[in-house]
Ligand binder design. Structure first.
Ligand SMILES: [Zn+2]
Length: 231
């Protein structure tokens, strides 16, 4: 019960074979295609994705009963593939998320991941741990381009794993295709390999996340969408 990882739940362990499978998959994956959607298209995709997730995500959040379950969505014009959970329930999604996504399910994954950070109260923990609250406030005031400032919000690896787990759970309960959503993790891992990591500063991506996702999805399907035991 030391609470040092910052995660609320016990998360499945990743084995060496899971990791090497994910590594081969990333190496063999197709090059990442970036679209140039119009503002209206981006807004429509984000609205649709958020609507699909909203009720199941709030239900998960209330079951957990530790974080912020009222969320405010903001669209940033930043082209990078990034999103963030901010204090007091703010969720910022960059335009780039939609342009890098191959389908709406991948956009759903990104939004659900940030909902997971909120539901698990990672935002408050990060603020306590790193005292970046003031910086985050300044970043919001200086919207629309939050890119550089968002790099100041860093969660622990365990918290990132937990946000991915909760995202999988939210998608499962929302009836969103988990296998389609998974493509976003492969895209992020590929971008990371191509050293385009500046895009991904706040969300380190790689084969570990894919392997962790697969474990999470297997567990969630087996439990029919229950929350894992508390840490
Ligand atoms: Zn995250």
């Amino acid at each position: 019960m030391c609470g040092c990882s910052g995660a609320v739940h016990q998360l499945p362990q990743i084995g060496a074979s899971d990791l090497s499978l994910a590594q081969s998959e990333v190496q063999a994956a197709d090059a990442v295609v970036v679209q140039d959607a119009s503002h209206a298209e981006i807004v429509a995709v984000l609205r649709s994705a958020t609507k699909r997730l909203h009720r199941p995500a709030r239900q998960v959040c209330h079951e957990m009963n530790v974080g912020v379950c009222e969320w405010d969505f903001h669209l940033s014009r930043a082209p990078s593939m990034n999103a963030a959970a901010l204090p007091d329930g703010g969720i910022v999604v960059n335009r780039g998320v939609v342009n890098y996504a191959a389908n709406e399910e991948e956009v759903c994954f990104v939004i659900a991941h940030e909902m997971g950070h909120q539901a698990a109260d990672h935002v408050a923990t990060a603020r306590r741990n790193r005292a970046v609250g003031a910086l985050i406030g300044a970043a919001l005031a200086n919207a629309p381009d939050l890119g550089a400032e968002l790099a100041t919000i860093a969660y622990s690896k365990e918290q990132e794993r937990e946000a991915d787990y909760l995202a999988a759970l939210i998608l499962y309960r929302s009836g969103v295709d988990l296998d389609k959503a998974r493509g976003m993790l492969v895209t992020m891992a590929r971008l990371s390999r191509q050293k385009r990591t500046a895009l991904l500063d706040t969300h380190p991506a790689g084969p570990e996340r894919i392997a962790g996702w697969d474990r999470a999805v297997a567990e969630i399907r087996a439990s029919n969408g229950r929350l894992p035991p508390r840490a």
